[in-house]
Design a protein around this ligand. Structure first.
Ligand SMILES: [Zn+2]
Length: 180
């Protein structure tokens, strides 16, 4: 292994994911001899632990305004407002536990709501069919860790549903995150 460990390696190592035994061995070999990477690895580990705690305690991916309000009392929540078919830029502070994308979308008359969280190119991360939502809500709050926990610098939220028995596309918005 040449040079220091990169963010992806540190995150994967901390999360115990995606690495085979040889990669783990190489990373541990480097960490043993490099104080700077060892310090970054400890940081990554504490972030992973914090995220796991948060997501274990999380309500479903969609939160009502009341749940969002309650969440802000116990967690560092950053809310990013976006119109249903808009693209916004948002820089997430490193101190944030939970990032919420707050989409302005009128759910009046909507009988069914499907949520798709995708990479900027449309590859889906998470899909929820028949999500629970508040009838008549004017906002959909999507709880999201992808842009903290991964290398993705943009993601899309697509909302579709059924209104009056007719399928409707309710939102297709993109949140882009220039690296801080
Ligand atoms: Zn190093």
């Amino acid at each position: 292994m040449s040079g220091h460990l990169d963010e992806q390696q540190l995150t994967d190592y901390a999360a115990g994911e995606r690495l085979d035994a040889a990669e783990v061995e190489a990373i541990e070999g480097h960490l043993f001899g490099c104080d700077s990477c060892a310090a970054r690895a400890a940081e990554a580990a504490s972030l992973v632990t914090r995220l796991r705690d948060v997501f274990r305690a999380l309500p479903p991916m969609l939160m009502s305004d009341a749940e969002l309000e309650a969440m802000t009392r116990t967690h560092q929540v950053q809310v990013c407002n976006v119109g249903a078919f808009e693209q916004v830029f948002a820089t997430v502070s490193p101190h944030v536990d939970i990032a919420v994308t707050r989409i302005a979308v009128d759910l009046t008359g909507v009988e069914r709501l499907d949520v798709k969280l995708c990479a900027a190119d449309g590859a889906p991360f998470i899909e929820v069919s028949g999500a629970t939502f508040e009838p008549g809500a004017k906002f959909v709050n999507v709880v999201c860790d992808v842009h903290i926990a991964s290398q993705n610098t943009a993601f899309r939220v697509q909302l579709s549903g059924v209104r009056g028995g007719v399928p409707v596309q309710l939102a297709d918005c993109t949140v882009a995150q220039p690296r801080a």
